[in-house]
Design a protein around this ligand. Structure first.
Ligand SMILES: [Zn+2]
Length: 252
């Protein structure tokens, strides 16, 4: 764990949740403790909510230590209806907008509403993160057109699924990035082999792996995961994903 301890304070994780996921509820207070133990630099934080409860989410995120936790705006279609400029959500001081068209499948039928969100992100100069994978309507290729239409906006394809489509998007749009949450080592290798390593952001989807693998210790899992990435891809590349890109794209 020497390597982990040496670099921990430089690690930024661009994909972390709190709240209810299936049978499990991840308490924000627990998250604060886990990340105190892990000692990383920044945590990009968002709810896992199907239903939007912006006032509640804002309250929760404001209570998290501001030095470490970086709030993201989880946007649902009805939040765009309430204010297409998204200005009413500025009080959150968010750094990324997240669209989850697996949790809310109707996004797939609303490309113009997605464009409205992207327009707001452009004005605010924040990246848009799309969940990818799970069904046709949230597969990576669905977001290719938006990446091409808005070359000045940064897009993050969370999970990079399916990987073949993700590679197509990354190759065709310089403003597209991928976060490696729930990406297997082989898929990450494919991104690197295509010469696109610099387009990866380190993300984990912490702590919801606990729902899939209830027997794990989350803190141990996290440290081992970081070590595995460094052993496989080298510390230099990992620090681009986990530090340089986070500061360049999200905390700019
Ligand atoms: Zn997630």
């Amino acid at each position: 764990m020497k390597t982990y301890d040496r670099i921990a304070t430089k690690i930024c994780d661009c994909h972390v949740h709190y709240g209810q996921f299936r049978e499990d509820c991840y308490d924000p207070k627990e998250l604060v403790q886990w990340f105190d133990e892990l000692g990383i630099d920044k945590v990009g934080i968002m709810p896992i909510s199907m239903e939007s409860d912006f006032p509640q989410d804002q309250k929760i995120m404001k209570l998290l230590p501001q030095k470490r936790f970086v709030p993201y705006l989880w946007v649902n279609p009805e939040m765009v209806d309430a204010d297409p400029s998204l200005k009413i959500y500025d009080t959150l001081n968010y750094k990324v907008i997240k669209i989850h068209s697996y949790a809310r499948k109707e996004w797939d039928t609303m490309p113009d509403k997605i464009r409205t969100v992207i327009q707001a992100a452009y004005i605010k100069s924040v990246p848009v993160m799309f969940h990818t994978g799970g069904w046709r309507g949230s597969n990576a290729i669905q977001f290719y057109k938006f990446c091409r239409e808005f070359p000045e906006v940064t897009f993050i394809l969370a999970h990079g699924k399916p990987i073949s489509q993700t590679l197509t998007v990354l190759k065709g749009a310089k403003n597209a990035y991928v976060d490696n949450s729930f990406m297997d080592i082989e898929s990450i290798k494919m991104v690197c082999d295509a010469g696109l390593s610099s387009r990866i952001l380190f993300g984990t989807d912490f702590p919801i792996m606990k729902t899939f693998w209830p027997e794990i210790n989350l803190v141990d899992w996290y440290k081992n995961h970081v070590i595995e990435l460094i052993q496989t891809f080298g510390e230099k590349d990992f620090m681009v994903w986990a530090n340089e890109n986070f500061y360049k794209l999200i905390l700019k």
